[in-house]
Write a protein that binds this ligand. Structure first.
Ligand code: GLC
Length: 411
């Protein structure tokens, strides 16, 4: 029943056509009412879900995402294909100009090569889709390395909190304060600053403290670099991945708390709020020492922290900021999203914790069974919140396995 519901949502949210300038598009919108455009990481998750049902759709979705990008390798957070945001919602988008852009100038958690590899595997086309993507995937990786690691320490930097996909996570409160949120207008001020600096991360990082070396973003970056190494057979991408993995371990791992923390501002101050992003390096498999991953797995199993009945709480249940219910203006402050289960259960399996992985995957499936494909779920009751018919939750099609660290690309 869950699988049928997931397929229904993906099919209902499928959009295809041509932009005004004639560029063709085909993608899944995250939710028909509120999220009509194409979002970068949602598209990666949709493509993974499509790879289980109809890999051709996954292929079109990822091709469309690349088409939203530029020749220099930049791929946007959101692309407005069929409809530009209207004046009421336009201020919510991190565009270059106030009006009339075709996409944002911001990025989102870079999982494109991971999704590309999954779809390529499912296409069974003798490696054609894998080969087709290589020039653009290389350019995208180079763009991120060149433009988003201003201090060249192996860790990418986000300029806006929603560049990680975790828009209002309390982990950003200490770094951004009121600027993190679009109400009252803080986010718009951050966007203004980025526009003034022409979205130059070096200039922004040198002159302000509202920027973050984000654990989740860097885990995704390392995963994508590893996927690109497998897709291309080029070892240089493994070396870049190793650099990021080492930096995560050396700079973000907090031995006392048993968690990875983001680093904020010019002083690279650790943001010590326990969120699911603190556990994300589990997805890197044996690139991270076993004892470190075991500490992360303990937190996932702990009923006072992340061990909930319905999916993984986005914030540890022991944090004072934990708010698992609905808030129209604040997301990622406690509720469970399907993508975190998808990203983490494979890491648990790689550790040999199959029972725990099954328990968590089943919890996420139960939430969908109980409440349908919602944007997020109350981790204790399984009640659904936010949008209905939410595409990302179709990742249940790829559970209980989830993302398996070190997936091998078929020849
Ligand atoms: C919300 C989520 C973000 C997602 C977007 C579209 O803003 O916080 O992660 O990409 O919606 O679904």
């Amino acid at each position: 029943m869950t699988a049928a519901a997931a397929e229904r949502v993906l099919r209902a949210n499928w959009r295809e056509g041509r932009r005004r300038d004639g560029t063709p598009y085909a993608f899944t919108c995250p939710a028909q009412r509120r999220y009509k455009h194409q979002w970068y990481w949602d598209s990666c998750f949709h493509a993974v879900a499509w790879s289980r049902l109809d890999p051709q759709r996954g292929r079109e979705e990822l091709r469309t995402l690349l088409r939203a990008g530029r020749a220099d390798g930049f791929v946007p957070h959101t692309a407005f294909w069929g409809a530009s945001p209207r004046w009421r919602r336009a201020p919510l988008y991190a565009t270059d100009r106030v009006w009339g852009d075709i996409a944002t100038a911001s990025i989102q958690t870079p999982l494109l090569a991971v999704a590309w590899e999954r779809v390529a595997l499912a296409c069974d086309d003798g490696g054609a889709f894998a080969a087709e993507g290589l020039p653009a995937l290389r350019a995208h990786a180079r763009w991120l390395l060149r433009e988003r690691d201003p201090d060249d320490d192996g860790l990418l930097t986000v300029l806006l909190p929603d560049e990680s996909g975790l828009d209002d996570s309390p982990k950003y409160d200490a770094a951004y304060g009121r600027l993190a949120h679009w109400k009252p207008a803080g986010y718009a001020r951050l966007v203004q600053r980025c526009r003034r600096h022409r979205w130059d991360a070096r200039a922004i990082a040198a002159t302000s403290d509202e920027h973050v070396e984000d654990v989740l973003v860097n885990v995704a970056h390392a995963l994508s670099l590893r996927a690109l190494a497998r897709l291309s057979g080029e070892d240089q991408w493994n070396e870049h991945a190793r650099r990021t993995e080492t930096a995560l371990l050396e700079r973000c791992w907090d031995e006392r708390h048993g968690l990875f923390f983001d680093l904020a501002g010019r002083a690279e101050r650790p943001l010590k709020t326990a969120t699911w992003s603190s556990l994300a390096p589990l997805a890197l498999g044996d690139a991270i020492p076993r004892d470190v991953r075991e500490r992360l797995a303990e937190q996932l199993a702990d009923p006072r922290r992340f061990g909930a009945r319905f999916g993984i709480p986005s914030v540890s249940m022991s944090e004072p900021s934990f708010r698992p219910g609905f808030d129209a203006f604040r997301t990622w402050r406690g509720a469970a999203w399907t993508c975190s289960t998808w990203l983490l259960v494979g890491g648990l399996r790689a550790l040999g914790a199959a029972d725990e992985a099954d328990r968590i995957a089943q919890g996420a499936l139960d939430a969908v069974e109980r409440s349908g494909l919602r944007e997020y779920y109350h981790p204790r009751s399984g009640a659904g919140h936010g949008e209905r018919g939410f595409g990302m939750s179709a990742l249940v099609l790829d559970l209980p396995a989830g993302l398996v660290p070190g997936t091998v690309q078929a020849a």
